[in-house]
Structures are given as C-alpha cells and as structure tokens.
Design a protein. Structure first.
Lengths: 110, 460
C-alpha cells in the first residue's frame, strides 16, 4: 500500500450485521492483533455514529470481544422502526456492516 | 468422534434449519453422512410468529411452519434408523397441529414406534387480560410505552421459553420434539442439559453451551455463507454444509460441518457468526442463562474444525421476553426506471408527478422512503444523490407506510400514468404488486412464574 492510498476499515477487518427490533448490531472482526489495536483506537462510538449519519437515529455503544479481535457496535433507532416495519430495502440491517468497512482511516505515518 | 480432555463423552448436534424457508437438503445430507445425536431445527424469526398467527386465524389446522414436513420427509427415516433425535420450533403458533401432521407423515413413511413430544406454554395470546390483572404491565421494553397503544391490534403473544420442556420431552423418550416459541438457544441447550445432566444453575456450563448454540443456530452463516472476510475463497456455496457441534461435558465444543459438503469452517467464518445479532456480549440474555461471550476464544484444530471456548455464565433473568405482534398497516410500493440523459432530473420530475397525483387522490401515509436501487438502497441518505447527467439509468423505488390497504393500493394506481404521461425515458412498468401487510413487534417482559411449559406425547 502506498502512502497516498486511501485506507479503509475493510483493509483491517471484516464484519457482519443484523437486527433486533429497531437495533442494528455491527460486528467488526480484525484480521490481526495490530489491526484490532488500530480499530480500537480509531473506531470510537462518536466517529461511528457520525459515519452513519441519519441512518442511526439513536445511540452507538461499542463492546469488545478481544480474543476474537472483534468490536461490536450496537446502534439504536437504526432500522427505520425495526425489521418488520422498515420501508428500507435493507430492512434487517444485513449490509450496515459494509458501510462501516468502507469508512476511511487516517493515513498513518506516511 | 473426537476426544476431549474433560470426559470421554461428546454430544453431536447438527443445525438442520436456520429459518423458515431455509433449504432442507443440508439437514438430510448431514443426518445421512454423519452420526448425529440431535438435529436442531430453528424455523422462527421475530416476524414469523405474526405470520403464523395470521395463518392459524384463517385456518385452525395451520399456524406452524409447513417446511418442517418437507424437512422431515427427507430426514426422518434416516434419523430413526441412526438414533438421531430431532428438536424443532416449527410448531410456531400451533405446535399441536404440527405434531399431528408429523405423526401422519411418519405413518405415510411407514415408520412405527415414533414418539413425538409437543412442548407448549409459550403462547399467552389468550391470557393478556388475566396477566395484566395479575400485575404484568407488558410495557414496551425498548421505549417504556404502554400496551394500550396497540392492544386492540395484537396478533399474538409468545414468550421466549427455555429448555425445561425440551429436557422433559427427551426424558420422556421423544424421537421428535415439536416446540412453539422456545429460544433458538434452547433447541441446542435442552439436549445438552439432558445428556450431561448439568444443573439448572451451572451457569458457566450453560453459558458456554449457549455460545456453542449461537455459533450453530444460523446454519450456513457459520460455514462460509455471507462470509465478508473472503467470499471469493469459499468453495461450494451451492452445497454448503451446515454446522455440526461436538460438545464436551464442560460445554466447550468443536464446530465442524458435514464431511464433503461445501463451505468452510475456520476462525474467520465462525467469528462473523459470533458477533451476529449480539448486543452486549457480557450479557447475552436467554431464558436459561445470562451468557458472557466477551472472552470467547476460537482456535483451528483441524481442517474445517474450530474449537470454541472461553465463555462463562451468570444467573438467568428473572423475567422472560415476550414478543407480541400487532397489525401496523400496509406498504404501498413501486419501482420505475429512467434512462439517459438526465436521469436524476427525470426521476425528480417523476416523483413530483406521483406525489401530486397521490395528493389529489386523498392519499395518506405515515412515512415514505425514496431509494435509488443500485445507488443508495442500502445506505440511504449518507450516499450523495445520483445527479450525474450522463448516468445510463436510475431505478427509483418509492414506498409508503399506510394505515390501511386502500391507501397503500393508491401508490401503484397513481404511478401507472407515469408510463404514458410523465417524463421521457421511463422503463420497468410492472404489474400490480401484492400488498404487503406490516406487523409491528412489541417486546416486553413477564416474570417467569407466570409461564409454565407443558409436554404432551403422541406415539405413532
């Protein structure tokens, strides 16, 4: 990777998301320990909330599962009233994770 | 068969189904190709119970997920021969009817001495008034709102019940256990409690086994399905094998899949399932235990073999979760496509045309959404508008939530003139789509002393 390349969360991690009522949880799993450390530092609740904009009407709470290098973001008010009511095509939040993977990371030490 | 440090005994559970409508083939192949002790089949999602309750209201012989019959037709003969016992929540809103049909199927298949257990007690639809009088408010656990808001629109009320009924059914010699709304976890935890004789307050074992159940319960999602960490490298998705968990007496397990099947089991694929639909990992609340997934460990111990450990447990909640469904209106929905040039400008004109016609038709809705399929249907307003005038095409999806079917129907009716009278370059005229009825979910709590499972046996 060159110093000018855009770095994204996807370069460090994979993920999956799903629904519980109007809550969407987004699990981000780092490929290695260094990636987990960087994501832990960068993916704050505030930044993730800002990245989702109007998609997440409520709060973002972050939990850690360190032994599998995973961060779990619990987003409330995130599914347009919940999977059964939502008018969105992605009413179950199945691809919300991908928007987080697309988030750009700051260019490190280049 | 694997060996394990804690004791010789290993119980093998297979994931037969992950949702209503899931493929029934992996289960048939799994039962044939392996020596499973139990096949655990989850047919119910949050919305499913509302749909099943509606079917039961129309016809008292329905109300269960009928895919269980196709499943068992393929699975039951081999399962009986091999001693694989089947546990399913396909009973849905009508476990008794499901059991009767399964009994008929067993006869049709020429099987005899089949013992079917029916586990009920989850359905409190007929007890709401009595329970409210007894002091259960059923306030919405997400927002505190009062049940009175939706009381007259309820379709069903089902408690997420735990493992007790399944254990009792297995103690009674059941070959097939048909449940209603037990937790997905209980389908796996029940047989493990029965086999290992774990105490009901052995929280660490129950917690660990809950994580094992969670790893398996979504079927192909743990064996390479939807794998975001490298879907290109997962072979055989068409013949995806579903998870098999080989569980030891300490509740830890090795996760694997049907030999020779497609997909893969590695730390990556299982990791994605371990974060799926988990809220606070320190408190994964289920009817039988509060599991702590935060320390979960995954380790590859062979090809397509991942050992799962590191999970503990805390006491079970004093109250159980109740999901009620309520009728929440209808969706009116339409899609249409504009072509180059100036697709975005045409789409805006088409939408204003539709809205003006709807307004003149006295249309009322509580909410609407506009998406451009292929552009922002997944992430909505965080994606910039598709205003490139040189873009080749743009698919507009308009959907509105309406209180009644009459209003929802207007969305299609009022869109039809777009195909002759609107802006140029429109394509994708369709036939009238079926109306979709909406169900809201009302989640609340009920103290567990109000809920008693019961078990009944049918022998064919």
């Amino acid at each position: 990777m060159t110093s000018t390349a855009v770095r994204r969360v996807a370069d460090l991690a994979h993920g999956r998301s799903g629904d519980k009522g109007d809550i969407c949880n987004i699990g981000i799993v780092a490929y290695d320990v260094a990636g987990y450390a960087e994501l832990r530092e960068h993916l704050t609740e505030e930044r993730v909330k800002a990245h989702f904009g109007e998609l997440v009407q409520g709060t973002v709470t972050r939990y850690e599962m360190p032994n599998i290098r995973a961060l779990n973001f619990v987003c409330t008010g995130a599914l347009n009233g919940g999977g059964t009511l939502s008018l969105r095509s992605d009413h179950l939040g199945k691809v919300m994770y991908a928007w987080l993977l697309k988030m750009e990371l700051p260019v490190s030490d280049a | 068969m694997t060996t394990d440090a804690t004791s010789g005994k290993v119980v093998r559970l297979g994931a037969g189904m992950a949702f209503w409508g899931d493929s029934v083939k992996p289960a048939a192949e799994m039962v044939r190709a392996t020596d499973l002790d139990y096949l655990c089949c989850d047919h119910l999602a949050e919305l499913t119970m509302s749909i099943l309750a509606k079917q039961k209201a129309k016809n008292p012989a329905y109300g269960y997920t009928r895919d269980v019959l196709a499943l068992l037709e393929g699975v039951l003969p081999a399962a009986v021969e091999k001693g694989t016992r089947i546990i399913t929540n396909a009973g849905g809103a009508n476990p008794d009817a499901a059991a009767e049909r399964i009994a008929e199927l067993a006869k049709d298949l020429g099987l005899s001495d089949i013992r079917i257990a029916v586990v009920t007690g989850d359905d409190i639809s007929g007890r709401i008034d009595e329970l409210m009088a007894a002091g259960v408010p059923f306030a919405n656990m997400d927002n505190g709102r009062r049940l009175a808001e939706v009381r007259d629109r309820l379709t069903h009320a089902a408690v997420y019940t735990g493992s007790e009924g399944i254990v009792e059914a297995l103690e009674g010699g059941a070959d097939v256990v048909v449940c209603g709304r037990v937790t997905d976890i209980a389908l796996y935890l029940g047989p493990l409690i029965y086999e290992f004789g774990w105490a009901w307050d052995d929280w660490d074992r129950l917690g660990m086994a809950t994580a094992v159940a969670h790893a398996a319960e979504c079927g192909g999602q743990a064996t390479g399905g939807l794998y975001a960490g490298g879907w290109q490298e997962v072979d055989g998705l068409e013949e995806l094998g579903y998870p098999i968990v080989e569980v030891a007496d300490d509740g830890t397990a090795v996760i694997t899949k049907t030999p020779g099947s497609g997909g893969r089991v590695d730390v990556g694929t299982v990791s994605e399932q371990m974060v799926y639909e988990v809220l606070d990992p320190h408190n994964y609340v289920t009817a039988d235990v509060t599991a702590d997934f935060s320390g979960v460990r995954l380790e590859e111990v062979g090809p397509d073999r991942v050992r799962i450990s590191g999970v503990t447990g805390k006491p079970r909640p004093e109250s159980l979760k109740v999901n009620m469904g309520y009728r929440a209106g209808f969706v009116g929905e339409i899609t249409f496509t504009y072509t180059w040039p100036d697709v975005y400008a045409k789409a805006q004109r088409g939408l204003s045309f539709l809205r003006k016609r709807l307004e003149r038709a006295g249309f009322e809705c509580s909410e609407e959404v506009v998406e451009y399929l292929g552009h922002n249907s997944a992430w909505g307003s965080v994606i910039p508008e598709p205003d490139d005038p040189d873009r080749n095409e743009l698919v507009v999806r308009y959907a509105a939530r309406c209180a009644d079917a009459e209003n929802a129907r207007k969305v299609f009716t009022e869109s039809v003139p777009l195909y002759n009278n609107g802006p140029a370059g429109v394509a994708g005229v369709g036939t009238r789509p079926p109306l979709k009825e909406l169900y809201g979910l009302w989640s609340s709590l009920i103290p567990r002393e109000h809920v008693q499972q019961s078990v009944r046996f049918i022998t064919v």
